[in-house]
Each structure stands twice: as C-alpha cells, then as structure tokens.
Design a protein around this ligand. Sequence first.
Ligand code: ATP
Ligand code: MG
Length: 441
Amino acid sequence: MKLSNFYLFTSKENPSDAHIESHKLMIRAGMIRQASAGIYNWLPFGLLALKKIENIIRKSHYENNINELLMPTIQSADIWKKSGRYEDYGQEMLKFLDRNNSELLYGPTNEEQITDIILKDFKSYKNFPKILYHFQWKFRDELRPRFGVMRGREFLMKDAYSFDVNYENAYLSYAKMFVLYMNIFKSLGLKVLPFNAETGPIGGTLSHEFVVESKTGESEIFFDKRAYDIIYETELSDEKKLKAILENYGNFYCCTLEKHKKEKFEKLVEKKHQIKTRGIEVGHIFYFGTKYSEKLNAKFLDKKGNTKLIHSGSYGIGVSRLVGAIIEANHDSKGIKWPKEVAPYQVLLINVNVNNRISTEFCENFYYKNNKFINILYDDKDDRIGHKLYNADLIGIPIQVIVGERNLLNDNIEIKVRDTNKTYLINKGQLNSFIKEFYEF
Ligand code: ATP
Ligand code: MG
C-alpha cells in the first residue's frame, strides 16, 4: 500500500477522554474513532490489525479441524426465555421489538443460539465430539464502557462451543481448547497466563481466564512467576498429554482476586517468586455440562439406545480487546511497537525526499518488486522527513527502511527496528536478507 492511497489520519494530540496508553495510541494512530459511548468505527489501519489477529486465530482452528460457522448478531428472545437468561442476564442485554412486536435482542453471547442449532442435527452418540466457533460482534450495555476497545459496548468476540456425550469426553475437549488457546496467544506474540476462575452458578472446577500482565488491567492477579515456564505445546490429538497439561498447570499458584488467599499464597510461594500485579482478561473458558441442553432439550441416543443430555463448554476470546492488549504490552513514549507476529504491515518503506530522483527510483523499484511477497507500507508522501519519522514511530511497523540520497550514494540504506529502536546502516544489496532474517521467512 502506498501511504498516499492509505486512509490514515494520525494526530499529535492526546485525546482528553483516553486514560490508558493503548486507547490514546489507537486514536492517535488513526485506528479507531468513537461513534458513541463504547462503540467504535474501525478505520482501515485498525481494521487491518483486527483482521490480522482474527486470521491467526482462524488458522489455528482450521489446522485442528474445528468448524467455523456464523451465527447472527440479532437473536430471538424465545430461546433465552427457555434458558432462563432472558431475565437473568440483566441490563447489559439490549432488547427490542421488530415491526410485528416479536421480541429480539442483540446477542451478548451465543450458548442458546448454538444449542438451538445443534439440537436439530445431533441424533446419535456417533455424531460426537464436535467443536464449532464463530467471530461475531457482541453487544453488552456495559455500566462503564472505558479504555477504548478494552471494555466496549460493541466488541468482537471469537466464541467456540464444544459438544460431547459425557463428562470425561467433555473434559478432553476442554483440555484441547485450553492448550489451543495458550498456543494462539503465543502465536500472537503475547505472554498470557491461565488463571483458575469462578464458574458462578454453573458449579464445577472447570473454568479458566487467560490474562496478560498489565499495570492498567482491570483484574488483580497473584501468581508464582515460574508459571511462565510451563510449556503448553503438544499435538492436540495426544489425549494423555492434554490431560497432563491441564493437571500440571495447577502446580503453580495463579489466582485472580476472587480466588486469591493471602495466607496460602505466602505459605506456598517463596517471596522471590511471588508476583502481585494487574492484568487484562483476553479469554475465558467454561465447562457448563448440561445446563443449556437441559433447558433447550438437546439430547442424543447413546450406544444402548437411551436418551441422554449433551455436555457442552464455551470458549471466548476477546478479539477487539486483544488489539488494545497487544498495544498495551508493546509500546513506548513515541508510539506502538507491533510484535512481528501481528504487525499490520511488515515493512515501512520511507522515501526521505520524494522529489529526489535517486531515492525515489530505489523506493519504487523495491516496492514493485517485493510488494507481493512482503507486506509493505510505502511512504511516498511529500512530507518533511521529521514528520515522516515521527509518524513511523507512532504507527509502529516493526521495520523502517529509510531511503535517502546521501546513504544511497555510498550504496547504503538505513534501517530502524522499532522494537529496540536500534538503527543499522546496511548495504542496499542486503535489504532483502535483513527482512527475511528478521521475519524468519
Ligand atoms: P469481563 O470479565 O472482562 O467483563 P466476561 O467474563 O464478561 O468479561 P466473557 O463472557 O467470558 O467475558 O467473554 C469472553 C471474552 O470477551 C473476555 O475474556 C474478554 O476478553 C472479552 N470481552 C468481554 N466483555 C468485553 C467488553 N465489554 N469489551 C471488549 N471485550 C470484552
Ligand atoms: Mg470473564
């Protein structure tokens, strides 16, 4: 993309209503603009980041034979009345009538909708296990929408639902999603820890929250820092290993405020390993057993021909919140530092002076030759170099290639790696291999 074609409007001003860095930076870097309280326009640069994250998540599911579908944003009140949540969900649910006075709602989550789908298809134990997911916008009329996309009223969630014939199998599906999610966060370049979570009225022990450490996060967290050393990678078909991981993870103390016990923490964890801080919840998974299948009558026939209730779990990732969380974890005073895994562009090619024949020739040549293989944003605008470099740091593309006549006359170009803010003067012939090495192509 040439910057002259890109719909990118950056700003130097810090928005007065933004209190955390990711919110300020997303607005200043022209990624989002508020439409109304807790509801955002995703401008092209913001949408690129959102889609990049969505696609990384999608790819991991595809590779593990997990089915994508798409459920609507608007749901009928009927299924929510059956589950009992039409009243229970409270004021966060947005309810309205259509022209025939049918009661509708803007989905805050999809347990009822998905159960209503599968109950028409699952007949026999032979149909199981299955996992389905979608990416869809949710609406929750949050009491205090804040921190930009972190706590919006409209937000993008990736929600998955598992279906099994009994607890043992459902436990395996849960372990599979637990490991899959840890791997997804890793491939997004994020350091995430799983925390035991409250299951609320559902009961049982199976619920985890996935949290990124951040001073500005809404959750208080207490953990043994060695929990970061656990390795979650395994083939998702290896049942034994999956179970072992879920059990092993409990070896280190990891609690959010709700589950935290001060005495236990101090007794079990040596002082030097204790971490007390805050974090951002980027995912939350539950096993809820037969809660919805009972209410919505979702059954199957087992081997002996007996009618049984389906066992389910749900698994949410806050996709739009992740954009904020990633920036919160990767920025400095000048702007965003995209981790290479999720960067909306891989290379920012900066023509120091577009009126100079030598730098322009090099840039055009490099851009047209490589644009198909490397994701390049080409700053071809007739702006002062100071302004270009200021913007480059603000928008945070991992590699800045700075092309000016003075260096080119010695066959050199300057490169800045945004993560470390280190600059390198390299021979122009080495540019491609520098990029390849950086991204491990
Ligand atoms: P929270 O505890 O932050 O209110 P939740 O437990 O209500 O979230 P879930 O229903 O578990 O949320 O939703 C799954 C994920 O969706 C959460 O882990 C979070 O990342 C994201 N999410 C939830 N509410 C919002 C929101 N208002 N804005 C942005 N993302 C959200
Ligand atoms: Mg939660």
